[in-house]
Write a protein that binds this ligand. Structure first.
Ligand SMILES: NC(=O)NCCC[C@H](N)C(=O)O
Length: 414
């Protein structure tokens, strides 16, 4: 039995969840792409080929690659998991009281593969009518024949965000954008009922499903090691979410320091890992336009009234103090910050194309997209091994190799 444990951001990667793009990406149209958080439509076949190369690079680097759709399919064979997914997919508030139970019944009649495909890929009215007669429902009746009844989940491609493993446990995240909220249902079902996870011992850093309150997304959470976690307070992750995560980690003794960075709230900076990722034990690649950020260090203190509980100690650092706070959390004298020298326009373009979204597979070895040559060359000059994968299509969803991976087993570093 594999023990689920993510001990660092850069230690040898042993096991990782990814999602190869499928039907859900075929649902993107010029009208729906924005709501579904994509900047462009993808040429799906090419995106799949690129993703296959990404998976192959992970395997060559020594990681076992788990595919999210297979995990979901296998989980749905467990009756409780199937009920859970059906209950949380066919919500009366979304489909109305007339259609919700009928849709649930139709979906319940599907086999595991077809149900997993429906949950991730969505369903149009025309596809529904191949499965059943049109139910009497104002909601369904008012849809056009090719309108989507069940929304797809194209951002499962970015496996990093809806759940994240931090030391000996996992958080299934409260997602900020409506288009991504149901992704948490997939992960919850897998972690509770998939045989590989159900038989493993790990802690939970979240309450289960939430509705966009106290949001945290995995792209903002860096397990930097030495019992420390670095979190971005971004467009997606709230200070409330950070405090709740810190409290749980501290209460379990899984971490003893959380450094929170106050990021600009903008799509181009949507998560911390779009502007800053760790590439070896003391080095981070960082976007030149990040600026001087305010930051906080959270540490535990025993509660006066309830000695068994922890309270949060919060120290705030002035803008410019973040690197020192991170170094201190790591027990280092200083960090090596890697920022390629380039004009402001190229720097902004490379950041937009995920040049700072490196995924470490071992200390000093990272996977990046090929579309960010200046950042890649600079990393190499700095002694980092760079494994390039094609990102021409995948990058159109605004996420790079780190965003596309959810490590479940990673070695700690000293
Ligand atoms: N960690 C990440 O930065 N993930 C990228 C998420 C991209 C996705 N289209 C989103 O807007 O949520």
């Amino acid at each position: 039995m594999t023990e689920m444990y993510v001990g660092s951001e850069v230690g040898q990667l042993r096991q990782v969840i990814v999602h190869r793009p499928g039907t859900e990406l075929l649902r993107l149209t010029p009208e729906t792409k924005e709501e579904l958080l994509f900047d462009d439509l993808l040429w799906v076949r090419r995106a799949q080929e690129e993703h296959d190369q990404f998976s192959a690079a992970l395997e060559s680097a020594g990681a076992e690659v788990l595919h999210l759709d297979a995990l979901l399919r296998q989980s749905l064979a467990v009756p409780e998991a199937k009920d859970f997914v059906l209950d949380h997919t066919f919500d009366e508030r979304v489909y109305g009281p007339a259609a919700a139970p009928l849709l649930r019944e139709v979906a319940a009649g599907l086999d595991e593969a077809a149900l997993a495909e429906l949950v991730i890929g969505g369903l149009t009215k025309r596809e529904l009518l191949e499965l059943t007669d049109e139910p009497r429902s104002v909601v369904l009746h008012s849809l056009g024949p090719d309108d989507l009844v069940v929304a797809p989940l194209p951002n499962h491609l970015f496996a990093r965000d809806a759940s994240c493993w931090v030391y000996g446990g996992v958080a299934v995240n409260s997602m900020q954008k409506p288009a991504r909220m149901r992704e948490a249902v997939t992960y919850e079902a897998i972690y509770r009922w998939h045989p590989q996870f159900a038989s493993a011992k790990f802690s939970r850093w979240s309450d289960g499903l939430t509705d966009g309150q106290a949001t945290v997304e995995g792209g903002d959470v860096l397990v930097i090691g030495n019992g420390a976690v670095l979190v971005g307070m971004s467009e997606r992750t709230t200070p409330q979410g950070v405090e709740r995560l810190a409290e749980r980690l501290f209460a379990a003794g899984a971490a003893d320091r959380v450094v929170a960075l106050d990021l600009p709230k903008a799509r181009s900076f949507m998560h911390l890992d779009t502007v800053m990722t760790m590439v070896d034990e003391r080095s981070f690649i960082e976007y030149a336009g990040l600026g001087e950020l305010a930051s906080y260090t959270l540490t535990p203190r025993s509660s006066q009234s309830e000695p068994a509980e922890v309270e949060l100690n919060i120290a705030d650092h002035p803008p410019g103090g973040a690197h020192r706070a991170i170094a201190e959390a790591l027990g280092l004298h200083g960090l090596r910050i890697l920022t390629a020298e380039q004009d402001v326009h190229s720097a902004a373009r490379e950041q937009w194309d995920d040049g700072c979204n490196a995924l470490a597979v071992a200390p000093g070895a990272v996977i990046t997209y090929d579309r960010t040559p200046t950042s890649n060359a600079f990393l190499r000059e700095s002694g980092i091994e760079v494994i390039e994968v094609p990102g021409g299509e995948l990058g159109r969803g605004r996420g790079g190799p780190r965003c596309m991976s959810c490590p479940t087993v990673r070695e700690p570093v000293d």
